[in-house]
Design a protein around this ligand. Structure first.
Ligand SMILES: Nc1ncnc2c1ncn2[C@@H]1O[C@H](COP(=O)(O)OP(=O)(O)OP(=O)(O)O)[C@@H](O)[C@H]1O
Length: 358
């Protein structure tokens, strides 16, 4: 078993309210990612769960038992940090073996366990090297192996891929998902990288200023963001938000445009709203009924696609287009909107509007 539950975690550092009532329910065997920007409280949350931080309030339950007062060792959790924290004078083998030695396992058991985890991480050829003789990515694998070699209740991982170059990071994302599937333990992983969160997690909690904004599958968080902030934080290019209000069967933009009111929205007339458009749900290539008149502002070629910036009045809409798209700044264009995929937020509260039947 490996369920981790944190309820109402509160922690301040002087003036800074790092955790402001964090609730997390991490199911046994899940790959659970806490996603948030720098300073959101991700590390503090992990440290609190690990027992490394004294809390101002809240509780931590492990496998259903209150562990709030337990020592870090009694919690039986393994931490992996972005700094590898390997013993510099010991070989990779000795580093990986160290948690088992501390438990006085027999040397044949240690050898079998180190071999098994090294095969899983493809690091057999590194076992006799010391940290100074390894690359960052290799050290990261050894650090992971050291965490994985014992079977803790859960693994807590604090941005473990941050120090790797892009290629290795992409590789390690796939590796971690594979390792999770092979080992079947509970992974609680924190990151500020939405691609990591969306690609690896089976559940994501989005954290901002010490508060959980939304918990859901990656698809739910992306497709049905609970509020304007989550919509803006998750997704690249960033979602475009246009000020508007509902009037009868129309949606009327502050910049003078008007679109048919989406059938699914329950907004009352006149309330200030924000229309959220993801770059893949709009296009500049064709004209249609639901179109925003605009002016081409710039093109950002990204190889497999080009992001087109279109100015609609004084607001900007980002459009994902084919790499072959052409245009000159200043040119009049029209942005076609897939209204069934658009989002509406209350401009005052930032909350997503209740939808009917979507
Ligand atoms: N020991 C400390 N003393 C004072 N302030 C702290 C301490 N630890 C964290 N903080 C503050 O608490 C807030 C949350 O920090 P935390 O490290 O948990 O954020 P984070 O989401 O992990 O950020 P990052 O992605 O940059 O690591 C930040 O404002 C940080 O400056």
């Amino acid at each position: 078993m490996g369920t981790v539950a944190a309820h109402g975690l509160r922690k301040s550092f002087g003036e800074v309210q790092a955790l402001d009532g964090v609730d997390l329910d991490v199911p046994d065997g899940s790959f659970f990612v806490v996603l948030g920007p720098s300073g959101a409280g991700k590390t503090t949350t992990l440290r609190a769960i690990a027992g490394l931080e004294t809390l101002d309030g809240g509780s931590v339950h492990l496998d259903g038992r209150d562990a709030t007062a337990d020592t870090p060792a009694a919690r039986d959790l393994a931490m992996v940090f972005q700094s590898y924290a390997l013993y510099p004078r010991r070989t990779a083998y000795e580093n990986i073996a160290s948690p088992l030695r501390a438990r006085r396992a027999s040397s044949s058991d240690i050898q079998a366990a180190v071999q098994q985890v090294s095969a899983l991480l493809h690091i057999e050829r590194l076992l006799q090297r010391r940290p100074a003789q390894m690359s960052g990515g290799e050290m990261q694998r050894v650090a992971l192996a050291r965490a994985l070699v014992r079977r803790p209740r859960a693994f807590l991982m604090d941005e473990p891929l941050t120090n790797l170059d892009l290629k290795l990071r992409v590789e390690m994302r796939t590796e971690l998902t594979r390792i999770h599937r092979t080992l079947g333990g509970t992974f609680l992983y924190v990151t500020n990288d939405q691609v990591e969160a969306l690609s690896m997690a089976d559940r994501v909690a989005v954290l901002r200023e010490g508060r959980v904004q939304q918990v859901g599958t990656p698809t739910e968080v992306y497709e049905r963001p609970a509020n304007q902030w989550v919509a803006g934080f998750v997704g690249s290019p960033r979602i475009s938000l246009l000020a508007c209000r509902a009037e009868g069967d129309r949606l009327v933009g502050a910049q003078g445009w008007s679109l048919p009111r989406p059938r699914w929205t329950t907004a009352e007339d006149g309330r200030p709203l924000l229309l959220g458009l993801r770059a893949e749900d709009v296009s500049v290539e064709k004209r249609g009924e639901a179109a925003l008149p605009g002016e081409l502002y710039g093109l950002e070629p990204l190889g497999d696609r080009t992001v087109v910036d279109v100015k609609v009045g004084s607001e900007m809409v980002k459009v994902k287009a084919r790499p072959t798209v052409t245009g000159t700044p200043g040119e009049r264009v029209s942005v076609t909107v897939d209204l069934d995929r658009a989002h509406l937020f209350d401009a005052d509260t930032g909350l997503a509007l209740a939808t009917s039947g979507r």
